[in-house]
Design a binder for this molecule. Structure first.
Ligand SMILES: [Mn+2]
Length: 446
């Protein structure tokens, strides 16, 4: 069974893509990235791209020239993003009217300009690239080792039970089972768009249109009482992207908006049908992009992870390393130390140490989490990697932006919201890394 390295939205950032592939241990051979000895050592790693390769960033062509050969050589899989779908429509004319399926309006052209700079309208290599977009499936279900342990959290009963899952799910924006079922019924698997589907999908309200909206753009809900907010591009909007993986009580709870627009979303009670998440807590792990997240890369829930950390507008490119059968630090739900971003390179270079890569990464994540007071206060549990005690955050000083362990007074704290495991063994490993290193002190750089 392969190890999957799942990568979020790239948006023309070829530099970040090369950097991340290097961090993940892939190496260039004859112009194509292949898994090198730095991956898992077994050579069976596969990249899984979540779509949105193009637009916004400057290097559309270079990104495609990295991604496409990897897919064609079998070292990568990829799903379609809404930007590839839009590009297909922008560059395809309706056979009856001759009009493009996506209008060449000023707004649409603006959103697509960096792609058009590399792939002008009507040119042969543009057509050929659009044809390749058509080969990207709308979603993937990837087999993993049977017997992989997935922790399932039951909201009624706080104890965890162990379940078995034999696949993970990949989609650009939202895994909605009813739309996935519809697509499988209509297009089969892998779910590839054909021309009749495409011609239907550009008609608003059609079943194909609704499926594309849901899977590639994600659900939106209308705001009550004429409320509106401004999106990241400054456009006023009355519909808000809905946090389909979590649910919530109010519009503000479930809205995905830029941080400075949150107060524009009414804190009014949500219609009952939106309170429960679309994605069930006992469903297999799902990975998606699309949502321009900020902050530390982490799981949204134990079985849900967005990997779009805004690489297209100044953020890092993010990946999750799915180690089949769990990592050496423990099997189970999605783990904070398996997120790898191009920002991680800001950590001091430690490559002259022989400490296992995985433990080193986990220790760095813990170090960063220790400085994140918001995350500590919003966690269910906290652990101290100095005295190894685990406690509830109510024991922290309220509103303290430099929390210290209530047992030992040291500030080496990790919150469960980081996704890092709070077992004694894990905390002891982090402590060993920082305080009793079997190698030269990481801070001691001569
Ligand atoms: Mn997207």
């Amino acid at each position: 069974m392969p190890c999957y390295d799942i990568i979020g939205d790239i948006h023309g950032q070829a530099g970040k893509l090369r950097q991340l592939l290097g961090q993940l241990g892939y190496e260039l051979e004859d112009g194509v990235y292949i898994p090198g000895p730095g991956t898992t050592g077994q050579g069976d790693n596969k990249i899984v791209f979540l779509g949105d390769f193009i637009d916004r960033g400057p290097d559309n062509r270079r990104v495609i020239e990295i991604v496409r050969p990897m897919v064609e050589n079998g070292h990568a899989l990829a799903v379609m993003g809404n930007h590839e779908f839009n590009a297909i429509c922008y560059h395809t004319q309706h056979p009856a009217t001759g009009e493009p399926l996506r209008a060449h309006s000023e707004k649409n052209q603006g959103q697509h300009q960096t792609f058009l700079d590399d792939y002008p309208l009507g040119e042969e290599h543009t057509r050929e690239t659009i044809d390749w977009f058509m080969t990207l499936p709308l979603f993937l279900e990837l087999e993993t080792n049977a017997g992989l342990r997935v922790y399932e959290v039951d909201d009624e009963e706080p104890q965890r039970r162990v379940q078995f899952s034999d696949h993970i799910r990949i989609v650009h924006a939202c895994w909605d089972q009813s739309q996935v079922d519809y697509i499988i019924c209509r297009l089969g698997t892998p779910a590839l768009i054909d021309e009749p589907f495409l011609l239907e999908a550009f008609q608003e309200g059609s079943p194909a249109f609704e499926a594309i909206e849901m899977l590639l753009k994600g659900p939106e809900i209308p705001l009550p009482d004429g409320a509106r907010f401004f999106d990241k591009d400054g456009n006023a909007r009355r519909n808000v992207r809905y946090q389909w993986w979590a649910g919530g009580r109010s519009y503000r709870d479930v809205a995905i908006v830029p941080a400075d627009q949150r107060s524009a979303v009414p804190d009014l009670p949500l219609a009952a049908r939106y309170r429960e998440p679309i994605y069930a807590p006992d469903a297999p792990p799902v990975f998606f992009g699309h949502y321009w997240m900020n902050g530390e890369a982490q799981a949204q829930r134990h079985n849900v992870a967005c990997l779009d950390y805004s690489a297209g507008k100044g953020g890092p490119l993010a990946a999750y390393r799915w180690l089949d059968g769990g990592s050496r630090l423990g099997a189970g739900c999605l783990r904070g130390d398996q997120f790898i971003t191009t920002d991680d390179l800001e950590s001091p270079p430690l490559d002259h140490y022989t400490y296992p890569e995985e433990k080193r990464r986990a220790a760095w994540k813990a170090w960063k989490a220790a400085k994140n007071s918001t995350q500590l206060h919003s966690s269910d549990r906290c652990g101290c990697f100095y005295c190894l005690s685990v406690f509830e955050p109510v024991e922290l000083e309220p509103d303290d932006d430099w929390p210290q362990c209530p047992r030992c007074g040291v500030d080496y704290l990790v919150g469960s919201a980081s996704g890092l495991p709070l077992t004694k063994r894990f905390l002891a490993e982090v402590k060993e890394f920082w305080l009793e290193p079997p190698f030269p002190d990481p801070w001691d750089k001569d």
